[in-house]
Design a protein around this ligand. Structure first.
Ligand code: SF4
Length: 304
């Protein structure tokens, strides 16, 4: 499928900038050539994704959401990274597979979906491992539909319920309004969670949620909304507690870590909803998970 023309009047994400990304950039500050900042094995995803060797994580430069507290802000907000051709991106996927990656983990790929599809078209037959669409949850069903037959697992980080909160922290007052139908589309494409004999997730949707300091009520409202919209066996929930104040967190009123009380309040609501899932320990600060990023192609690829 050639969907590169979608860059010429870009409406890939709910911002719908309409930018001609062959000539300029939109809110995500990225043009029509794919850029990444890192492609390595990553051992800090959920256990059913990381397994023994880790996910083959490809971190895309730029972001259509740009939250003010982003742990990866050099990449998401400051657009650190380097350009690749579609062939090089395809070879990057193969390199990760050859390193033993349990899956290909596309981190914040929304604004580069046409390039991802072009690259996957080159290697789908030989990849042999699941493909994860690991995104910020601010998605369009039409864009997600392009991924049918390409993405096996969706890993949205569902961030906000209240429009005022998403407006102030991510300039996206319509965040939840857009995210809910996107989640429904993800379950439609990926189906219910399912595993292979080794406990590897091979299909389904894991909804992540990072609890923010001072905003447990918003997290609880989010869990209730999920409970009203999805049956317990339709999605998995991954509740994350390791928020660490970085980037503009202080000025946004997020200047500390999450308390045990805040986290347990949200956990109780998720458990009451009956969702299966994962809990990440409070002892691990986010800095532990923040990898090194690069502004140049730092690994060898064939014909490069
Ligand atoms: S992907 Fe980027 S250019 Fe396209 S609509 Fe979203 S923010 Fe705008």
């Amino acid at each position: 499928m050639d969907c590169k023309q979608l860059y010429s009047r870009c409406t890939l994400c709910p911002r719908e900038c309409g930018a001609d990304r062959f000539k300029t950039v939109g809110f995500c500050r990225e043009g029509a050539q794919v850029r990444i900042a890192r492609a390595e094995l990553h051992r800090w995803e959920e256990p059913c994704l990381s397994l023994k060797n880790g996910s083959g994580a490809v971190f895309f430069s730029g972001c259509s959401l740009r939250c003010g507290f982003c742990q990866n802000y050099p990449v998401s907000a400051e657009n650190l990274g380097f350009a690749l051709t579609d062939r090089q991106l395809a070879d990057t996927f193969l390199r990760l597979r050859d390193m033993g990656a349990e899956n290909i983990d596309l981190v914040t790929p929304t604004h580069f979906v046409p390039s991802v599809i072009a690259a996957l078209d080159m290697v789908m037959g030989e990849l042999g491992i699941p493909v994860i669409y690991n995104c910020g949850g601010y998605e369009k069903p039409e864009t997600l539909e392009l991924l049918r037959g390409y993405a096996d697992i969706f890993l949205p980080d569902l961030k906000f319920f209240d429009p005022g909160l998403s407006g102030s922290l991510a300039q996206a007052g319509d965040y939840f309004e857009k995210s809910l139908p996107a989640l429904r589309k993800m379950t439609d494409i990926a189906g219910k969670p399912r595993y292979d004999d080794e406990g590897r997730l091979i299909g389904g949707v894991i909804v992540r949620h990072l609890v923010l300091p001072h905003h447990r009520h918003d997290s609880v409202a989010l869990m209730r909304a999920l409970r009203e919209s999805f049956a317990p066996d339709e999605i998995l929930i991954s509740l994350m507690s390791q928020f660490t104040p970085v980037y503009r967190s202080g000025e946004l009123g997020l200047g500390r870590r999450v308390t045990t009380f805040e986290y347990k309040s949200v956990l109780a609501e998720a458990e009451a909803a009956g969702f299966d899932g994962f809990i990440q320990e409070r002892s691990s600060a986010m800095e532990d998970y923040i990898p090194e990023f690069y502004d140049h192609l730092y690994f060898d690829l064939p014909n490069t």
